[in-house]
Design a protein around this ligand. Structure first.
Ligand code: G6P
Length: 364
């Protein structure tokens, strides 16, 4: 067991540290920076992509947040209308044309019952279906028209970490694929995006190299009453995922909010004993979130920021995010993973197998 954990105390920590390597596998042989395109080995007809009306993501848990990140990327990169549904809430109704809809199941295991049920609903309605999964030959791959593998390698910890990063980068490649074939993405812009993707493993490594800083901050705030994560745009799914990681493994109360929604309710919960963790990077409309950071500071909340900007001298704790374009929020997420891990570890929680949770949920 100790050997399998590669010297780490928990699988989760090992898997957090495996992210640069996992992402190199995810992109390996798939990016052509020179011509600004991706090679995904997919046989989706070009005419179909050109007539696409909507891309729908269906998923649960962490995969759902990867879908939330991806939907925003699809709108920005491929200029396609993208929606995200919790698989357990998915229905195919309304006036959409199923033959112009692509429904994408995002599922690490490929076995989540709610996600399988949603993708069956889409297929029955006549939509084209695609699975984005980590598991070769999993049930979902047998039910869809096309499959893409995220190639993150096996993930043992119940709390998903490296697979989230690999899902987002896989879906980013898919958005480039779609944008190029729909004619909405230029080669130049695609090349920049591909360079940004290539920068992510190195950027994440720099975050991992600062683990001792994160550990010290996590231990300082571990006994807080609650933890609130905020972010906008691509930073919003990262806020949700940061809160999910923390609640899953530390059993502390943690919630993620869209920064702009704080003033519509959550602000009533903010006190000196509720740290607020904010994402201030490219792709997260940080100038606006900065105002929200000031609002919580005025209520005495400690502020912990993951930022690629230069202007946060006033925050309590600053974690530096190296530049990676639209993937900076994804890089910032690694700080939240390490934070969650060290809060939970300082409390002696069974990190790899949190109470009441399972790695793969095969009941609806
Ligand atoms: C369970 C796991 C989560 C995971 C979710 C979806 O709840 O504990 O880590 O995000 O299922 O799993 P999937 O395999 O479909 O991505």
């Amino acid at each position: 067991d100790a050997a399998e954990k590669g010297g780490y105390e928990h699988y989760m920590l090992k898997e957090i540290h495996e992210q640069p390597q996992a992402l190199r596998q995810t992109i390996s042989g798939r990016l052509d920076t020179d011509i600004g395109d991706v090679d995904l080995n997919l046989n989706i007809p070009e005419e179909y992509l050109q007539s696409l009306e909507e891309v729908q993501f269906v998923a649960c848990g962490t995969s759902y947040y990867a879908g939330e990140y991806a939907a925003r990327l699809f709108e920005k990169i491929a200029d396609v209308r993208a929606t995200v549904s919790l698989a357990s809430e998915y229905m195919f109704d309304g006036g959409r044309d199923p033959s112009r809809t692509l429904t994408i199941a995002v599922t690490q295991s490929g076995e989540t019952a709610d996600t399988l049920s949603a993708i069956r609903t889409a297929a029955e309605a006549g939509a084209r279906t695609l699975a984005v999964t980590n598991t070769l030959g999993s049930t979902v791959t047998r039910e869809v028209d096309d499959s893409m593998y995220i190639r993150a390698g096996p993930e043992i910890g119940v709390a998903a970490t490296k697979t989230f990063a690999s899902q987002v980068i896989t879906l980013a490649m898919l958005s480039v694929y779609t944008g190029k074939r729909c004619g909405s993405l230029s080669g130049g812009r695609a090349s920049t995006l591909l360079e940004n993707m290539r920068a992510v493993p190195g950027a994440i490594q720099q975050v991992l190299d600062r683990e001792q800083q994160v550990k010290a901050v996590a231990e300082e705030y571990a006994d807080s009453d609650a933890f609130f994560f905020i972010g906008r745009d691509l930073g919003y799914p990262v806020a949700l995922e940061g809160a999910l990681k923390l609640k899953e493994i530390s059993y502390d109360h943690a919630e993620g909010f869209a920064s702009g929604e704080l003033k519509h309710g959550p602000l009533a919960l903010v006190t000196e004993t509720t740290p607020v963790l904010a994402v201030l990077t490219e792709g997260s409309r940080s100038e606006k979130t900065l105002n929200n950071v000031k609002e919580v500071q005025a209520r005495g909340a400690p502020v912990i920021v993951a930022s690629s900007m230069e202007n946060e001298k006033f925050v309590d704790e600053l974690f530096k995010v190296p530049s990676a374009g639209l993937f900076e929020p994804l890089v910032a997420n690694v700080y939240w993973q390490l934070f969650a891990y060290h809060v939970a570890d300082s409390k002696g929680r069974p990190i790899d197998k949190p109470r009441n949770l399972a790695k793969s949920v095969t009941v609806e």
